[in-house]
Design a protein around this ligand. Structure first.
Ligand code: ADP
Length: 576
């Protein structure tokens, strides 16, 4: 094989040449590393034997240079030196890529063996380098494949993300569309509700006015008929008297209808208030029975009234109680044929301790089971076709129920068609707890909410309004016992609201809550005094005790009636 000897000493080269040529190797020579590179570029060489220390390029540099170049990287390379044999030099020789480190002088056998070893080592190194390369290639290919896969996955994820985003967008759109539709629907429903409420109020207002307007001429007609019947305007013959009697009875029936209409509008608008006083229910029953007896006698119906002994008094509104009993009795007579029996009974309620029970039983036509649920509904009448039911508006039992409810009791009916009916109602022996109705008027929702919770916990019945106009509307719908009024509000401020309250509801107790008691609004509010002033914010205790101190019992029929009891320009209590 061709061997390149690199040494700056010609004598060393000569000796080595002789040794190698003796073994049939072809020898080339170079005086230093640089020259060796030139030779190697020119001629194919099978192995290099190089000295370490040479001018221009030493043996380390030469080896490193060869290993750096692809085509010489596997060339067998031996460092052959005598000068330096320290372990560091050997290490350095290995590190730059030499296959063997041989000490000069060596016997020809050693030299040849070293050459063979270098060739073997370089072959091993080359194959491992290739394996390494392969591994690198495989690794690189694998990495590339992995990278591509990741890229694909990434693209897939990006697609999924985009799809999800689209879906999300769609859902958001659908949601907001749904919300819009719900809002629109809610607004529609609210508007419809308001419209219904407005119409209901309008109808109630109309009924009220109608009843009011009819009452006066009707009373006058009835009175004139009475004058004629008493023959104060001249003598009448029996036929005239009979006809006038029919006219007076018609007037009476009409009056009852108008009264019912009037009362029902007052119940509907919450304006019907009771004047509760302890009264003997049995005595009221006797009184009502006595007043209806002529009618029972005229119809040939036996009428009885029985009461348990020693019944305690109950807090009732006597007029309203009489109205209920008379109504039930009238119905009983109306639906019981001649020869029948109507009886009234008053006793302690067996199933309801602390209540009295009054029942009106008849042996009349009775009521079908399916009608019983609706019998107390407003304007409900059972269609019978016998004319009896048509003598009214279907308001009688409705009013009975509402009046009994206002007393804190309840009414029920038992009936068997063809056998008769029993209407019974209960009233408590102690006045029902009537909660004071407070109206909070404040544009700040947190204050409204806070005060509402505090006052409700303290046992008041609370409603709230966001401004003065709303408050006046609410008060128009149903009376309030006390108003808690803010001064600074949109639409209608506290001072203007107070002025209206005073004009419409007299001296209903008003508490003005303000943080600025010296302002212009306060000056205007003072023109509509009295009112109580409360600092804003104020403590829970102060709020509750002030409201309690001013609260009037709800059974008060009119705020005007009580107005004289109130102190004027009540300027306390102001609290922190
Ligand atoms: P109205 O005011 O027109 O008399 P009510 O509210 O008093 O109406 O009664 C409603 C319906 O209940 C009546 O149409 C009648 O059919 C039925 N009713 C009431 N009382 C009796 C009774 N004692 N016996 C049979 N039916 C009755």
């Amino acid at each position: 094989m061709t061997i390149l000897i690199v040494d700056d000493h010609a004598a060393n080269r000569k000796l080595l040449r002789a040794q190698l040529e003796a073994e049939n190797h072809r020898v080339l020579e170079a005086g230093d590393g640089l020259e060796a590179l030139q030779v190697l570029e020119r001629e194919p060489v099978a192995a290099v034997i190089s000295d370490l220390f040479m001018p221009t390029m030493d043996g380390f540099q030469l080896c490193r240079e060869l290993r750096r170049r692809e085509k010489f990287s596997a060339l067998p390379f031996i460092h052959y030196t005598s000068t330096h044999t320290s372990p560091e030099e050997k290490k350095l020789s290995e590190s730059v890529g030499a296959d063997l480190f041989l000490i000069r002088p060596s016997s020809p056998q050693t030299l040849l063996a070293a050459l063979a070893e270098a060739v073997r080592i370089s072959k091993v190194r080359e194959s491992s380098r290739q394996t390494g390369d392969n591994t690198a290639i495989v690794t690189r290919q694998y990495s590339e494949a992995l990278f591509r896969k990741l890229e694909d996955k990434n693209a897939e994820l990006a697609n999924s993300c985009a799809e999800l985003e689209q879906a999300n967008k769609r859902i958001v759109e659908l949601n907001s569309d749904l919300e819009r539709r719900i809002q629109a629907r809610t607004a529609e429903l609210q508007a419809a509700n308001q419209e219904l409420e407005r119409r209901n109020q309008e109808i109630q207002g109309f009924y009220h006015t109608l009843a009011h307007e009819l009452k006066t001429p009707l009373t006058s007609a009835r009175e004139f008929v009475s004058i004629l019947m008493e023959q104060l305007a001249g003598p009448l013959n029996p036929t005239q008297l009979e006809y006038l009697g029919i006219a007076r009875e018609s007037c009476h029936r009409l009056k009852l209808c108008i009264d019912d209409l009037f009362d029902s509008t007052r119940v509907e608008t919450g304006k019907l208030r009771l004047e509760l006083k302890p009264a003997a229910l049995d005595a009221l029953a006797q009184q009502a029975t006595a007043s209806i007896r002529p009618l029972a006698d005229a119809k040939g119906i036996s009428l009885a009234c029985e009461s348990q002994a020693d019944l305690p008094k109950a807090p009732v509104d006597e007029n309203r109680m009489m109205q209920v009993i008379t109504n039930l009795l009238n119905n009983a007579l109306k639906f019981t044929p001649s020869g029948g029996k109507v009886s009234v009974q008053v006793a302690r309620a067996v199933a309801e301790p602390g209540f009295l029970c009054l029942s009106v039983s008849d042996t009349g036509c009775g009521i079908a089971q399916e009608e019983l649920d609706r019998i107390f509904d407003r304007l409900y009448q059972v269609k019978k076709g016998d004319g009896a039911a048509s003598q009214g508006f279907g308001l009688g039992l409705y009013l009975c129920r509402e009046l009994v409810k206002l007393h804190g009791g309840r009414i029920r009916v038992q009936s068997e068609p063809g056998q008769g009916s029993t209407f019974s109602f209960s009233v408590p022996l102690h006045a029902p707890e009537q909660r004071t109705r407070v109206l909070i008027v404040d544009d700040d929702p947190s204050i409204r909410d806070f005060e509402r919770r505090v006052l409700e916990k303290a046992g008041f019945q609370v409603t709230s309004a966001t401004n003065g106009a709303e408050a006046l509307e609410l008060m128009g719908q149903s009376a309030r016992d006390l108003v808690l009024l803010d001064l600074e509000m949109p639409v209608l401020d506290g001072a203007a609201t107070l002025k209206q309250i005073r004009q419409l509801w007299g001296l209903v107790p008003v508490i003005i809550q303000t943080g600025y008691p010296e302002g212009e609004l306060m000056a205007r509010a003072l023109e509509s005094s009295p009112f109580t002033l409360l600092a804003k914010p104020c403590s829970i205790d102060r709020l509750v005790s002030t409201v309690r101190g001013l609260a009037q019992p709800p059974e008060t029929s009119s705020h005007r009636a009580r107005s004289t009891e109130l102190p004027r320009a009540n300027a306390a209590p102001v609290s922190a």
